[in-house]
Design a protein around this ligand. Structure first.
Ligand code: F6R
Length: 366
């Protein structure tokens, strides 16, 4: 059932190209230029009325929602807030009939996410669910459902569900943009073209798993480390950090690189590993100077960046280059080495990779 892989998690990491293709599936028009979302019952007239979007989820799904915020704001120019589901109801969120609430849940059974969905509906909002389980509670109670066709996810640590959620956000963001006319047709067609290239690019990254395995063996002897990134890379390193904590039990913090000097830099000492993600061209120079700040204090830096950026290669101790794509799509690539890093670090520490201590796959208590 593990199809020759040692663990479900590794199998699921390698299933991502297929999960991307299946999630895009028939939602890309045969012309390759437009998004079709026949599953959505919301009308174009409703979409024009949306004034704000709340994305609500837990854990890894919440991290997908953070990327979702960037996607929707950039493509559809609608203001988006993100909330952890267990906090949402208790902050008296301002929900109006023109608020669209997007809940994200692999299982569709997470108690806090379901409670947030019910609260949103009670306040008159429309709810879209992005879920991997057709017929789950969340799917049944939402007004609209976007299914991620990742297939069953067995490992407790979520991988292919997260990346399929990203794909769902790209499709939905493009669909909103197309309906609202916030992006021109040529731009939408370009993004769609790049989307379709992602599965092959993930395959290319998977071919470099050996490099990441070596990194994982190096970090596995440490008790603390940092992940840094800016912009959309920050959302991705949050996910990388969660994954590492969850299965390797190594403590890590994800930080927006520019924020370190406001306190956390005090923790950087000789030899501490820092994983730096730098995929965003407009933030690249700033990220390189942030890397130099931690290097100057003795950090050992592993850099992951997009092919062709040579400045970073000089600034870090070890480097992994990932294929180029348009900056907005990079999370669907850059998270893959971070998933592998967590996997191999867990393995190096002799942990039960698929069933980490204290955790359950589906969290049905609040
Ligand atoms: C981490 C992980 C969890 C889940 C979270 C939400 O790897 O899997 O953080 O993402 O418990 O679960 P769903 O998406 O089922 O609502």
């Amino acid at each position: 059932e593990k199809a020759g892989f040692d663990h479900f998690m590794l199998k699921e990491i390698y299933e991502q190209p297929k999960a991307y293709r299946d999630t895009m599936g028939s939602r890309i028009d045969p012309s390759g230029k437009r998004i079709v979302m026949n599953e959505l019952k919301m009308t174009d007239e409703y979409i024009h009325r949306i004034q704000q979007i709340h994305i609500v989820a837990c854990g890894t799904a919440y991290h997908a929602g953070m990327v979702g915020k960037s996607i929707i704001e950039k493509l559809a120019r609608i203001p988006v807030e993100t909330d952890v589901a267990s906090e949402y109801r208790y902050r008296s969120p301002i929900i109006t009939p023109n608020t669209l609430v997007v809940v994200v849940s692999q299982s569709g059974e997470t108690a806090d996410t379901l409670a947030a969905l019910r609260e949103a509906k009670r306040c008159g909002a429309r709810v879209v669910a992005i879920t991997n389980v057709v017929g789950s509670s969340v799917a049944r109670e939402a007004d609209d459902v976007i299914v991620t066709w990742a297939g069953p996810e067995i490992a407790v640590a979520s991988t292919k569900a997260y990346t399929s959620q990203l794909i769902a956000f790209y499709l939905f963001g493009l669909y909103l943009a197309q309906t609202l006319g916030t992006q021109d047709e040529a731009y939408i067609a370009d993004v769609v073209t790049e989307l379709k290239l992602l599965p092959d690019k993930v395959e290319q990254i998977l071919q470099h798993a050996e490099i990441i395995k070596e990194w994982a063996e190096q970090i596995s002897t440490h008790d603390n480390l940092f992940f840094i990134g800016r912009g959309i890379d920050y959302a991705v390193v949050l996910e990388g950090s969660l994954k590492l904590k969850e299965i390797s039990y190594i403590h890590s913090e994800a930080y927006p690189s520019g924020e370190l000097k406001h306190g956390t830099l005090a923790l950087i000492e000789e030899g501490i590993p820092v994983i730096a993600l730098a995929t965003q061209p407009e933030l690249f120079e700033k990220t390189v100077s942030n890397i130099k700040e931690v290097k100057a204090r003795g950090a050992y830096v592993f850099g992951i960046h997009t092919l062709g950026e040579t400045e970073l290669v000089k600034a870090v101790d070890q480097v992994l280059e990932i294929p180029q794509t348009i900056p907005l799509l990079s999370p669907a690539l850059s998270v893959v080495p971070l998933q592998l890093l967590a996997y191999y670090a867990s393995l190096a520490r002799g942990n039960d990779v698929d069933k980490p201590r204290n955790l359950a796959k589906s969290v049905t208590v609040e």
